[in-house]
Ligand binder design. Structure first.
Ligand code: DC
Length: 224
């Protein structure tokens, strides 16, 4: 496997709902690079630990669970199938209670340390697009291109509101805004790898931009 130094690494960090997932996927496709969805790894630790009956505050057991995680990201039609111990958990890791547990396990320093090398191993030639919260600040500090994608809490909540309405779920926009603000506060104030732009990151505010406009701006930065 190639090391990070022989692969071009593009990092995309930022708060929930800023469009990182979609943009990382589009950017990886356009560049022909591999994709790392680091949030999925935290979600997998959450699901695996719940399956094993590990308590949310048992840091040693959570860390052991993270370092022995048996996962596979298999390319599927227009996306990726996530396998945990051979079982398709692509949808299961997106459930609300898994999201909650993922945010708790992501605050455990031992878990973050246990996932570090696993994330770095994704960097193979010709390149990697790494999506997360600490890709540019901790995991790939030497990345050639770093982006910090953000948008106002209101714009991010509005996007989520539209997604949920399209799925026929009834939600309150004001509650979504409050949830997003609470999650931002938790991500930005945690002791280990808090969410913040790397000093050499290009900050992109997508509040008034379409996905296509953001993608073109990122590609132009990389070309330049
Ligand atoms: O991006 P996401 O919602 O799938 O992330 C799931 C959780 O993991 C979320 O609480 C943020 C956290 N996370 C993190 O702390 N560091 C990362 N590099 C990626 C995600």
């Amino acid at each position: 496997m190639c090391s990070e130094s022989s692969a071009t690494v593009v990092t995309i960090d930022g708060p929930s709902g800023a469009g990182k997932g979609t943009l990382s996927q589009l950017l990886a496709q356009r560049l022909g690079y591999r994709l790392l969805d680091s949030g999925a790894l935290y979600r997998l630790v959450a699901l695996a630990s719940m399956n094993k009956g590990i308590a949310a505050d048992d840091e040693a057991a959570l860390s052991s669970c993270a370092s022995t995680l048996d996962v596979e990201f298999a390319p599927a039609d227009g996306g990726v199938t996530v396998l945990l111990e051979g079982v398709d958990v692509t949808m299961a890791i997106r459930q609300e209670h898994v999201s909650m547990r993922a945010s708790e396990v992501a605050a455990v320093e031992l878990v973050r340390a246990a996932l570090l090398q696993r994330q770095r191993d994704f960097a193979v030639a010709p390149g990697l697009v790494a999506d997360g919260r600490d890709m540019g600040t901790t995991v790939f500090t030497g990345a050639q291109y770093k982006f910090y994608l953000t948008a106002s809490a209101e714009a991010r909540a509005q996007r989520r509101y539209q997604q949920l309405c399209e799925r026929g779920e009834s939600v309150d926009l004001a509650v979504l805004i409050e949830d997003i603000q609470a999650r931002d506060e938790r991500d930005q104030s945690r002791a280990t790898s808090p969410l913040r732009p790397a000093s050499d990151a290009h900050v992109v505010d997508s509040t008034n931009m379409t996905i296509e406009q953001v993608l073109e701006q990122m590609l132009a930065t990389i070309d330049a």
